[in-house]
Design a protein. Structure first.
Length: 453
């Protein structure tokens, strides 16, 4: 199969001036395929029983915490430079960091645009003037205790990763520098190309076949083996990423199908408290939803969601509530083992007969509903219905691989290292070297320099 990417499909995130904010890529409409249907419970006794089973609190606010064994007693020091004007000791007038056009942050990082912004940080486009104008991504954490704490945790995790992978061969974004400047913590990363989510969204705008022609079995196999290698490495270090999704996998080289995992702000280590509220909803593993104890295998589940998303153009679990997501798990990958339905949060999602149920769902007539699957909605059936073998390649082998990653029972689901041994992975290999990041020069309409603005 030809793996050469047409030049017009090698794409990078458009750069916006500092005064603007790059919007998140537009998602496909929620669930384009009818996987579920609601059946209202009309029996008064049954309705009352389910309402009592649910309780008075919203299921989303029930959080279960599993406390692991105490960690070995150890102290390690990490130094973070503080850069300041010795003639000033006042506080910044506002909590947000608003650089002036072409401002040099720290000593060497010259900002010329924004790559993206979220609830906890803004990522600036910059160059390292002290290193031949090397392109970098400058992540500025918002000035609040919880975000600064998360940024320090991210820096600690990245230092551990760099200690064990000094050459950056494990498909994980590299932290180059960190410092404190103008009351903000900055993390300096290598600048990559677009996220897989942004890339897929862009391809959709080029026509109905563009995404399918790039994200065929060869591309998904390359993505999967690289991400499994990264996850196996993280598991070896005692790290669970906890936010694997298409928005957090970036393209290094689109033509050669090289990818890296980014955003380590949600990482949980082996001896951290393990909570039941983490991961993005559409990629959330069932054991997390049900309040069960979990392991790094939750990242394997999320990667399975990623593989299906780029193949189909949507996530089968792309719903607005946790109940609907769990019902979609059951419809496509079910049934659930009894021990999972009997977990800490099982009763607020499963009826006594094993159906996922809802109580007064939003935008629906008040009532109690059972969620049932439409026929022929299992994962293999979905893939067989919506993938064209003449474009995609071997649909059956990919389906068997995706089913393995999306195994409901975490005791049966493979680890990342075990998934690397799946027969479908034998067709793919890891890159022999770390290729340079090859961006495509955006058009003049995509770039507005700060100075011109």
């Amino acid at each position: 199969m030809n793996l050469t990417l047409p030049a017009d499909l090698i794409w990078t995130v458009a750069v916006t001036p500092l005064e603007e904010q790059l919007p998140q890529p537009t998602r496909a409409p929620p669930q384009p395929i009818p996987i579920l249907n609601r059946v209202i419970v009309s029996n008064h006794a049954a309705k009352a029983a389910l309402r009592e089973r649910r309780g008075t609190h919203d299921a989303a606010h029930r959080v279960v915490t599993h406390v692991p064994s105490a960690p070995p007693e150890l102290r390690v020091m990490m130094s973070i430079p503080t850069i300041f004007n010795p003639n000033l000791n006042g506080m910044e007038p506002i909590s947000d960091f608003l650089p002036s056009p072409n401002e040099t942050v720290g000593f060497n990082y010259k900002i010329d645009g924004i790559l993206g912004s979220g609830s906890f940080a803004t990522v600036f486009r910059a160059v390292h003037e002290g290193a031949q104008n090397r392109p970098v991504a400058l992540k500025c954490l918002k000035n609040a205790k919880e975000t600064v704490d998360a940024g320090l945790g991210e820096a600690r995790v990245q230092s551990l990763i760099r200690l064990h992978d000094p050459l950056g061969r494990r498909h994980i974004v590299r932290l180059l520098d960190c410092f404190y400047y103008r009351e903000h913590l900055f993390l300096v990363y290598e600048r990559l190309n677009a996220s897989v989510l942004a890339h897929c969204t862009h391809l959709e705008t080029l026509g109905p076949r563009a995404r399918a022609e790039y994200w065929h079995a060869g591309s998904i196999g390359a993505l999967s083996i690289q991400m499994l290698d990264a996850l196996a490495f993280l598991t070896y270090l005692g790290i669970t990423h906890c936010d694997v999704k298409t928005a957090n996998i970036c393209i290094v080289n689109a033509e050669r199908r090289i990818f890296k995992l980014i955003d380590f702000g949600s990482v949980v280590l082996t001896h951290d408290a393990h909570m039941s509220y983490l991961q993005s909803r559409w990629y959330r593993a069932p054991e997390v939803i049900l309040g069960l104890s979990w392991t790094p295998k939750i990242d394997v589940w999320s990667l399975g969601c990623v593989a299906i998303e780029v193949a189909l153009g949507f996530v089968p679990f792309q719903f607005a509530s946790t109940e609907l997501v769990l019902a979609a798990h059951k419809a496509t990958r079910g049934p659930f083992p009894p021990w999972m339905m009997e977990g800490p949060l099982g009763s607020i999602y499963f009826s006594g007969s094993g159906y996922v149920y809802e109580v007064d769902p939003p935008a629906t007539a008040p009532g109690t509903y059972l969620l049932r699957s439409e026929p022929n909605m299992t994962l293999p059936e979905l893939l067989a219905q919506h993938l064209d073998p003449s474009i995609f390649g071997d649909v059956l082998s990919f389906s068997l691989f995706a089913e393995t990653l999306l195994t409901l029972d975490p005791n049966v689901r493979p680890t990342a290292a075990e998934a690397l041994q799946h027969p479908w992975m034998a067709s793919y290999g890891l890159p022999l070297d770390d290729p340079p990041i090859i961006p495509v020069t955006p058009s003049s309409s995509d770039v507005a320099s700060l100075k011109e603005k």
